[in-house]
Design a protein around this ligand. Structure first.
Ligand SMILES: CC(=O)SCCNC(=O)CCNC(=O)[C@H](O)C(C)(C)COP(=O)(O)OP(=O)(O)OC[C@H]1O[C@@H](n2cnc3c(N)ncnc32)[C@H](O)[C@@H]1OP(=O)(O)O
Ligand SMILES: CC(C)C(=O)C(=O)O
Ligand SMILES: [Mg+2]
Length: 518
């Protein structure tokens, strides 16, 4: 039997950004969208343009700059939302408007305050208007899995008649189960008379941990598009994880008879990029992209894998872009070997970027016995995470111990000169954060902080993430260094830089001027 082609619709930049605590800036979204294009996803849902000017700008930039996939924008079933979505995606080579409205009685009664008849009219009107603007229109019945199946079929029939070429069946609250969801897809296929004029899409949430299983059941029942996110990010417990879906389809192709044309070797690097830019860590035991996904701990397993990896590996690490050969380069490695390694890891950079990365690599190799692929990946992601740099950490010094007050002094470079300050804290990290706050001269609002090692060993790189809050928005910053205090200070400064890029400098009365001098 010939394999059916399944469209991969990535919503990392829309539903993924609805992950609590995640807020991406335009350039970060463009960077992720470019990585998604390399991954060869079919559709990138770039955002919800009416939600904010920042969202509008990000969708417009992606539409103009990211080539290959269809670029979709989300809109409620209102003229203003649809018009705004159109304005944001119109520069894309392949623009799509994705309009949605909830169909379950619970949403109709308590949220929309509409009757079923009113909803049918509204859905049809929205799709018709979107279709007058673009050729590619997707319609979603929010909370479909808790909707009355016959009413749902009526809604889809009207939406398709009005011009929807994709109809999406979301399990908005992660309530369904694989057998039930497969049956719903079959029901829609059998009870919507014009269903052959549209692709059936599914969009599953992970509240009961079944988003991927439900999506795969839908594929088995005939769905042609799957909506998902990198690392399973998304509202509440998240969406179906793309890496799991794609590798399940690839690994069990003979079972699903379905194929997604994703460049799977880009999966790991895209996962790390999204993790670094969103500040949401990938758990070590996460399928496909977790640190342990290809690690064999016990003797019997190691023995089997040494004889033949197929004994305990259903997919190869290389197939998702993870190198089996963990130790790669050292302080005596040259530029050619470094460049080859970047290519092997799936990166293509211009000469200037390679030069910058090579200098960072040499610097690291000087201080670290073994440089692993993951160290190189971390350097690459750090490069993307530090833009734009208002402040750069040029110096830090910390004194701490079990019976003294921790004290720190820092120097930050700015375009206007340098800012220096000292601070005390409950520990070395707290002290260095206080010193940075003194140096910039305004209250920063630390919300959370995390520290982890990139690889193992006493000289492992430390990766710190700091989250700060301003005007109700959260900004995450990332720092990388062998010295964990330096990594922490860099993460804090990176978060401040991102906040300043969006909010500007705080008002004069709030900022005490910092400790700047030229
Ligand atoms: C299932 C999902 O993931 S849906 C996408 C969720 N994403 C977001 O909400 C993105 C961020 N949201 C926002 O920025 C804001 O909610 C906005 C800009 C979209 C709307 O803001 P506000 O106008 O202040 O409305 P608010 O969010 O309080 O309430 C939502 C309104 O939209 C209405 N609404 C909700 N869904 C739909 C829909 N699909 N079609 C039409 N109207 C809808 C609600 O009934 C409510 O209407 P009301 O203001 O007349 O009572
Ligand atoms: C907008 C829709 C597709 C959604 O995110 C959901 O229903 O979960
Ligand atoms: Mg959703």
């Amino acid at each position: 039997m010939e394999a059916r082609r399944i469209q991969i619709f990535d919503t990392t930049l829309r539903d993924g950004e609805q992950t609590p605590g995640v807020s991406l800036q335009t350039e970060e979204k463009v960077e992720i969208a470019l990585a998604l294009a390399k991954l060869q996803v079919d559709v990138i849902e770039a955002g919800f343009p009416v939600a904010s000017p920042g969202d509008f700008e990000a969708v417009s930039q992606i539409a103009a700059r990211v080539k290959g996939p269809t670029i979709a924008a989300l809109a409620r079933a209102t003229e203003k939302d649809i018009e705004t979505a159109y304005k944001a995606v119109k520069r894309a080579d392949k623009p799509r408007i994705h309009t949605f409205i909830a169909t379950s009685d619970i949403h109709l009664k308590h949220k929309l305050q509409m009757t079923r008849a009113e909803l049918l009219e509204r859905a049809e009107k929205a799709v018709r208007y979107a279709k007058s603007l673009v050729a590619d229109v997707e319609f979603s019945a929010e909370d479909a899995s808790r909707s009355d199946w016959d009413f749902l079929c009526q809604v889809y029939e009207r939406a398709i008649a009005a011009g929807a070429n994709v109809i999406n069946i979301p399990d908005t609250v992660g309530y369904t189960t694989p057998v039930e969801f497969g049956a719903l897809i079959t029901y829609v296929r059998e009870h919507v008379p014009n269903i052959n004029e549209a692709v059936i899409s599914v969009h599953c949430h992970d509240d009961l941990g079944m988003a991927v299983a439900n999506s795969l059941a839908a594929v088995a029942a005939g769905a042609g598009q799957v909506e998902c996110t990198i690392n399973g990010l998304g509202e509440r417990a998240g969406n179906a994880a793309m890496e799991e879906l794609v590798m399940a389809l690839q690994t069990r192709r003979e079972y699903y008879h379905a194929v997604a044309t994703i460049n799977t070797r880009q999966i790991y690097r895209t996962s790390r990029l999204v993790s670094a830019l969103t500040g949401i860590a990938v758990p070590p035991n996460k399928a496909v992209v977790g640190d342990n996904a290809f690690a064999h701990e016990s003797g019997i397993h190691q023995h089997g894998v040494l004889n033949n990896p197929l004994t305990y590996e259903i997919m190869s690490p290389e197939s998702v872009g993870v190198s089996r050969n963990a130790i790669v380069l050292g302080k005596h490695s040259g530029r050619h070997a470094f460049e080859e390694r970047l290519k092997y890891l799936g990166y293509e950079f211009d000469v200037d970027t390679i030069n910058t990365l090579f200098a960072k690599f040499k610097d690291l190799a000087d201080r670290k016995k073994m440089v692993f692929d993951r160290d190189i990946e971390a350097l690459i992601v750090e490069k993307s995470a530090v833009r734009p740099e208002w402040y750069t950490l040029t110096y830090h010094h910390v004194a701490s111990g079990n019976n003294i007050l921790a004290t720190a002094s820092v120097q930050l470079r700015t375009s206007a000169g340098v800012a220096e300050a000292a601070g005390c804290g409950t520990g070395p990290v707290d002290a260095v954060f206080k010193a940075v706050e003194q140096a910039v001269g305004f209250p920063v609002g630390l919300k959370d902080y995390q520290l982890k090692a990139v690889t193992s060993g006493e000289d492992a790189l430390g990766e710190a993430t700091a989250w700060i809050e301003r005007d109700g928005r959260i900004f995450s910053g990332r720092g990388l260094a062998i010295d964990v205090i330096e990594a922490s200070a860099k993460a804090y400064v990176n978060a401040i830089n991102k906040m300043l890029a969006v909010c500007g400098f705080p008002a004069i009365e709030e900022a005490k001027g910092g400790n700047h001098h030229g």
